[in-house]
Ligand binder design. Structure first.
Ligand SMILES: *Cc1c(COP(=O)(O)O)cnc(C)c1O
Length: 368
C-alpha cells in the first residue's frame, strides 16, 4: 500500500506543474530576484483577496509576527496575551520584541484562546492580544475585540494556519490591527520555501513594516531611517504563490470536503472530531481529533503499521517548554494540557481521495 503522508505536496505540484514551471522560468529569465514585479503584484492581489489596505510580504511567518508586533510598538516591559497551545513561533515573536508572553488557557472545543481567560489576565502592562486561528478555525474575534477595544489593547492575529478562513464575513487577518501569515510549504497557501505576510489597514503601521523588512529604508538606496531587518520574500516564491493563490478557494473547499468525509466515517469511533464553533469558516489546515486518554499511542501505532502518517500538534504547551522554564505566571492551564495529551492530527490535503480517507478511517475503526 502506498504511504499516506500528512500532506502530499507532490500531487499538488504535478497538477499545477505547467503553471508553476512557466512562472518560475519567467522569473529566472527576468533576473529580478528581490522586491520585483511578482512581489508587488502578489501584495496587491493578497490585499484584495483578504480585504485589507496593505499586504506586505516578508521572509517567514515568524518574521511576520515579529514585524507586526514591532510596528504595533510592542517592546520591553510590555505583556502580550497569547495561547500556550500553538507553534512556538507565536511566543518567540513576542520575546524578540523584548516583551513578555502571558499564556491564557484555550477553549477545549475550539482549541483557541478563551476570551474569559483573556479578560482575567489583563494587567497594567498588557499591550496586545495575540490570538492564533489554530488549525484553520478562526478564534472568537468578536469577543476578543470587545475585550481589546475599550481597553486600548492591540489585537494582532496569528493567521499562519488560517489563510482563507472567515469570521463573521471577514477574512482572518483583516479583523485586528494586523495579521501575520506563513507561506511555509505545508500551510494552506504554501510557497516552495519560506515566506510570510503581514496584513494591516493602518497606513502608518504598513509604512513602518515596509521599512523594517528592508533594512529600515523607504526606497532602494542608503538612507536608513530605523535599524531594520533583511526579511523579504523573493521573486521566485512570489511567482509561485501567485499561481497557488488562483487555486486557494478550491484548495480550502477540498480541505472542507475531506473534513466532512472524516467526520462521517469516524462517527462510530471513540475519536472526537474537530468542533466547528459556527463563528466562521474553518479551513482545516489540520484535522485534529481528540483520542481517549492514554490511547493515542495505540491509534498512532495502528496507522504507522498501515503506512499512514499522523502527528501530535502539539505535545507540549508552551508554558511547559524548556524555553519558557522560567515562566512563572501560569497556574494550571488545564485545558491546554489535557488537549496536548489527547490530540491527534490525521492526514489532510486538498487532493486526498475518498479511498485514502477510507483507508485512514478503516484503520482507526479497527484499532478502536
Ligand atoms: C507555521 C506557524 C508559524 C511560523 O511560520 P514560519 O513561516 O514557519 O516562520 C507561526 N505560528 C503558527 C501558528 C504556525 O503554524
Amino acid at each position: 500500500m502506498k504511504p499516506i503522508p500528512m500532506v502530499d505536496l507532490g500531487v499538488q505540484y504535478e497538477r499545477l506543474r505547467p503553471e508553476l514551471d512557466a512562472a518560475i522560468a519567467e522569473v529566472m529569465a527576468g533576473t529580478r530576484y528581490i522586491l520585483g514585479p511578482n512581489v508587488q503584484a502578489l501584495e496587491a492581489e493578497l490585499a484584495e483577496f483578504l480585504g485589507v489596505g496593505h499586504a506586505i510580504s516578508c521572509a517567514s511567518g515568524t518574521d511576520a509576527l515579529h514585524l507586526a508586533l514591532r510596528a504595533a510598538g510592542i517592546g520591553p516591559g510590555d505583556e502580550v496575551i497569547t495561547s500556550p497551545f500553538t507553534f512556538i513561533a507565536t511566543a518567540e515573536a513576542i520575546c524578540y520584541c523584548g516583551a513578555e508572553p502571558v499564556f491564557v488557557d484555550i477553549d477545549p472545543q475550539s482549541f483557541n484562546l478563551d476570551p474569559e481567560g483573556v479578560a482575567a489576565a489583563i494587567t497594567e502592562r498588557s499591550r496586545a492580544i495575540l490570538p492564533v486561528h489554530l488549525f484553520g478555525q478562526p478564534a472568537d474575534m468578536a469577543a476578543l475585540s470587545a475585550i481589546a477595544e475599550p481597553r486600548g489593547l492591540m489585537l494582532i492575529e496569528d493567521c499562519a494556519q488560517s489563510f482563507g478562513a472567515v469570521h463573521e464575513g471577514r477574512q482572518t487577518g483583516s479583523i485586528g490591527q494586523a495579521g501575520a501569515f506563513s507561506f511555509f510549504p505545508s500551510k494552506n497557501l504554501g510557497a516552495c520555501g519560506d515566506g510570510g505576510l503581514i496584513t494591516t489597514s493602518d497606513d502608518a503601521m504598513a509604512d513602518e513594516i515596509r521599512m523594517l523588512r528592508n533594512h529600515g529604508r523607504r526606497v532602494d538606496g542608503y538612507e536608513h531611517e530605523v535599524v531594520g531587518y533583511n526579511s523579504r520574500l523573493d521573486e521566485l516564491q512570489a511567482a509561485i504563490l501567485r499561481v497557488k493563490l488562483g487555486h486557494i478557494d478550491e484548495f480550502n473547499r477540498q480541505r472542507r470536503r475531506v473534513a466532512a468525509a472524516y467526520r462521517d466515517r469516524l462517527a462510530d469511533t471513540p475519536l472526537e472530531t474537530p468542533f466547528e464553533d459556527g463563528l466562521g469558516r474553518h479551513v482545516y489546515h489540520q484535522f485534529t481529533t481528540l483520542v481517549p486518554r492514554g490511547r493515542r499511542e495505540v491509534f498512532q501505532a495502528a496507522l504507522r503499521e498501515a503506512s499512514i502518517a499522523s502527528a501530535v500538534y502539539y505535545p507540549t504547551p508552551l508554558h511547559r517548554q524548556p524555553a519558557f522554564s522560567d515562566y512563572s505566571r501560569a497556574g494550571s492551564l488545564a485545558h491546554s494540557e489535557q488537549v496536548a495529551e489527547r490530540c491527534l492530527s490525521l492526514p489532510i490535503f486538498p487532493e486526498m481521495t475518498e479511498a485514502q480517507i477510507d483507508r485512514v478511517a478503516d484503520v482507526l475503526e479497527q484499532a478502536a
